[in-house]
Design a protein around this ligand. Sequence first.
Ligand code: NI
Length: 168
Amino acid sequence: MVLKIRTYPDPVLRGKAKEVTNIDGALQRLIDNMIETMYAAPGVGLAANQVGILQQILVIDINPRQQTEYPLIALLNPRVVTAEGSAEGEEGCLSLPGFNAVVERAERVFVKGVDREGKETEIEATGLLAVALQHEIDHLRGRTILDKASPLKRSLYKKRALKKSAAE
Ligand code: NI
């Protein structure tokens, strides 16, 4: 089932997601729905906050057409344990339609978490996958790329988004 993607200024995007402690059928359905929603958008990643759920769940597929090189990732309770280097790149976000910002991220990250079966997992990532992991983990902490933009760019987008949501 494709879920509704929450967009700015929905307060759930500012919420801090809680650790997942119970891996049950409802959680598996939620993960499947998040994957479906990400592909339908289409996007390369989605955090549970973006579908209105404050649980630490992210899904990422940076290259849906080449499933062998970068498989679909579903990760629970993810945390960055090592971050090295820095790289700048332009990012967008499904929760911030029409917004792009150049964001500085670590170039290489080592992320730990739990897979959907409850098994401890470690991912070492560079490039786009490293960016996607950091972007989605930020969402789970209540942060978006809006926080990383310049104050002027941020206030322009906020004005535009608030005007739009008032008109709806
Ligand atoms: Ni995003």
